[in-house]
Design a binder for this molecule. Sequence first.
Ligand SMILES: O=C(O)CCC(=O)C(=O)O
Ligand SMILES: [Fe+2]
Length: 320
Amino acid sequence: MGIPLIDFSKLTSTDSAERAGEIKQLDTACREIGFFYLINTDIDQALVSRMMTAAKRFFAQSEEEKLKIDIKNSVNHRGYGRVGEEQLDEVNRADWKETFDMALDLPSSHPLVQKYPKMHGPNQNPTDPIVVETLHDYYLTAFGVSQALLQSMAEALDLEPDFFSRCFTDHVTVLRMIHYPPRPSVEHDNGAGAHTDYGCVTLLLQDDIGGLEVKHRNGEWMQATPMEGALVVNIGDLMQRWTNDEYVSTAHRVRASASGVHRYSFPFFVEPDYETNVACVPTCQSEDKPAKYEPIYSGDWIQSRFDATYAYRESEKSNA
Ligand SMILES: O=C(O)CCC(=O)C(=O)O
Ligand SMILES: [Fe+2]
């Protein structure tokens, strides 16, 4: 009953028997727990070290400097979020973490920015060019991994291989850096409150500190212990909806770091084009199991979740 291990090099292997075997394992993981470790991806150790260095450089700046790119000043959810800005668990305490979010940078004149200004538009970049370049390189590499993974999932679900990946032309995939500073008191043990992710899949790179916990079906919390060279991947709500609850979006949370300990992690939230019509995939419905959810635009769904969990978007909750 642990978190299963999936080998990316086997998913993309030219040996069809090997590929088919690994796709089956992937399918089981997505149905039973919605979480897995992904090893042997194209994200090499050099890129991982560059990300760790970039995050430390960025978050080590003064609060004043970081607030120059405050996420509150961005209509499209890009930039720096100070400690307390996000509360993933809508009932308990705010998260003890600071963040930086970036996505595809579209100019204000782009038609999609005009149409969906709260999701598309320019990034608010850090001033350090090394940090910007590193984030850019990581974004592209992780995106490549995510698309190959979505192709394997489509095959696992007996769909055309590009069923999901064809919905990623002007997508709203977000790369986030998170810094969990040491917690202020023993009582404040909330690094990130219990939540499910909103999008298709999340690819998480984490350092070796640990703290991520995953809720098993039986209600017990399991540790997603850091594994060198592995990403932790999980299914998001949109994919659960798309597959009529066949693939499960599982709750997870992060324990706050102990006194004196800093943790860094990098979720990559894989989210399709705004106008992707998320309607039950053909192979996940039958007479016995009709579609449970109304079709929805992917972007409308994701935006409603941001509005529910961000302090600065509080006033928009009632419109969500
Ligand atoms: O930092 C982590 O390990 C996980 C963060 C997370 O679950 C999220 O940001 O959605
Ligand atoms: Fe998450």
